[in-house]
Design a binder for this molecule. Structure first.
Ligand code: GAR
Length: 210
């Protein structure tokens, strides 16, 4: 299994979906550590209940953002983390993590990228009168929510949706999509080809020919 580290800032429901999938044997990953930039994140307590080590890298404890991110990268590297999973980590990456983990950082975003990057994606979708919304798992690069797309799931926008009802519908899809995308990575089935991600078929389809 791939050794993963999960980065969180808040509630941690996507983190929990990943940890649940690992516990259920649906995801061949070992989560070595959960790192939060926010000491108050409810995600930290949830991670400990799954027996996962937690680390806090509080922005206020470091001279600047780059130093904080360097501490996050070190915490991951010393624990042998191979794959970094951003799960509601509300901080733009500034360099150290991208340098330490090129092509090995995934993020989940609550919109059908490249539409509605950044904050309040669900509100942006409503403000634009979108009829379809959804979520995207993508590789992280230097752009904001702009890296190569791995998987997407769509949900309808309903006539009387509020930001909350739409976010809740998207979140259900997120909790299925993220473990599925990480499992593809763990199986070595994601191939980065420039801006595109090619998804290889399962190994049995590749080897056995009648
Ligand atoms: C999720 O909806 C995630 O897609 C979003 O924040 C929420 C975190 O919830 N991420 C972003 O908007 C990143 N730009 P969670 O902490 O319960 O997983």
């Amino acid at each position: 299994p791939v050794t993963a580290g999960i980065l969180v800032s808040g509630r941690g429901s996507n983190m929990e979906a990943l940890l649940r999938a690992v516990a259920a044997g649906c995801l061949s990953a070992h989560v070595a550590v959960v790192v939060s930039d926010n000491p108050e994140a409810p995600a930290l307590g949830k991670a400990r209940r799954y027996g996962v080590e937690t680390v806090v890298a509080d922005r206020r404890a470091y001279p600047d953002r780059t130093a904080q991110e360097g501490a996050v990268a070190s915490a991951l590297m010393v624990r042998g983390v191979e794959l970094v999973l951003l799960a509601g980590y509300m901080r733009l990456l500034r360099g150290p993590l991208l340098a330490a983990y090129p092509g090995r950082i995934l993020n989940i975003h609550p919109a059908l990228l490249p539409a509605f990057p950044g904050l309040h994606a669900q509100r942006q979708a409503l403000d634009h009168g979108a009829k379809v919304a959804g979520c995207t798992v993508h590789f992280v690069d230097a752009g904001t929510d702009m890296g190569p797309i791995v998987l997407q799931a769509a949900v309808p926008v309903l006539e009387d949706d509020t930001e909350e009802t739409l976010a809740a519908r998207i979140l259900v899809a997120e909790h299925r999509l993220y473990p599925a995308a990480v499992q593809l990575y763990a199986e070595g089935r994601l191939v980065l080809e420039g801006r595109r991600v090619r998804i290889l078929p399962p190994p049995r389809d590749r080897s056995s020919r009648p």
